[in-house]
Design a protein around this ligand. Structure first.
Ligand SMILES: O=C(O)CCC(=O)C(=O)O
Length: 269
């Protein structure tokens, strides 16, 4: 799978991604686009979800998660509204998916809105450092997260905090012993509404506490290489990973290609 019509990624971007494990793209979404996503998100955040599927499949993550104070997380965005489909294959992002993942498949989508008083989560990485490689001039990140900032992400706004280079760190610290910027080498990943953070899920990361008033809302589109077994990752999240045929029917051919694993998975209940 390749995308010859897309411009090549610059050597400076490849250098920085390999050095730090993440990259930031500026002005990917316009302020009008951010406003449209925010409007849809706010309406969805104010709804209740029956999540009847949990009765059938056993313990699972609810659609709307509020267990963290002053924070709302919604899981499985295209299941909730078709407005989120178009970010699956955003033209500014696609070249990076092919360059850094190789054969990208969408595994997971979620949003996080934080309100004043939200606390940090906990340092974590999605996959081990062995899931990042550089070989024969090719970068491969087996799991790759694309974070769309719908609002400003300043250091006090509860932005993402990351440890540059931790995608290839050779030994671990007791990650839970450190809070936010106390982690040696950690930096706040700041940006404006419309910017996008892309990172290898091998990078140790967290979210900082939010001490400012306006809501901070981000959308997260997480991709894996096609060889990754999506459905064995986290059983309680499979409902949100998988889109049923009636949702995939409305997708564009490229969006269907990026979700092709869903044709091979059984998730009936
Ligand atoms: O945006 C945040 O507050 C942190 C997000 C994060 O660490 C995650 O979703 O894995």
């Amino acid at each position: 799978m390749s995308e010859s019509q897309n411009p090549p990624i610059s050597i400076e971007e490849r250098f920085l991604f390999d050095l730090n494990g993440f990259l930031i793209l500026r002005n990917v979404l316009s302020s009008e686009e951010c406003a449209r996503y925010l409007e849809a998100l706010e309406a969805l955040e104010n709804q209740d979800y029956e999540d009847k599927w949990i009765e059938a499949v056993g313990p699972g993550r609810p659609t709307r998660e509020t267990r963290r104070v002053h924070q709302i997380r919604l899981n499985g965005l295209p299941r909730l509204h078709s407005i989120f489909d178009q970010l699956i294959d955003h033209p500014r992002i696609l070249p990076y998916l092919y360059e850094f993942v190789g054969e990208p498949q969408l595994i997971n989508t979620w949003s996080i809105s934080k309100f004043c008083g939200a606390e940090q989560g906990g340092w974590h990485r999605g996959v081990p450092t062995t899931d990042y490689s550089y070989s024969n001039g090719v970068i491969r990140s087996r799991m790759f997260n694309v974070v769309f900032f719908l609002t400003d992400n300043g250091a006090e706004d509860g932005c993402v905090v990351a440890l540059p280079g931790s995608h290839k760190s050779n030994f671990d610290l007791g990650w839970q012993d450190y809070k936010g910027l106390d982690m040696p080498g950690a930096i706040a990943v700041t940006g404006k509404a419309g910017d996008v953070l892309m990172f290898s899920e091998t990078v140790i990361h967290d979210g900082l506490p939010k001490t400012t008033q306006p809501v901070r809302s981000n959308l997260y589109y997480n991709y894996v290489h096609a060889h990754y077994n999506v459905m064995t990752r986290e059983r309680g999240n499979c409902h949100h990973f998988y889109f049923p045929p009636e949702i995939r029917e409305r997708l564009t051919p490229k969006q269907r290609e990026l979700t092709a694993w869903m044709e091979l998975a059984r998730w009936d209940y």
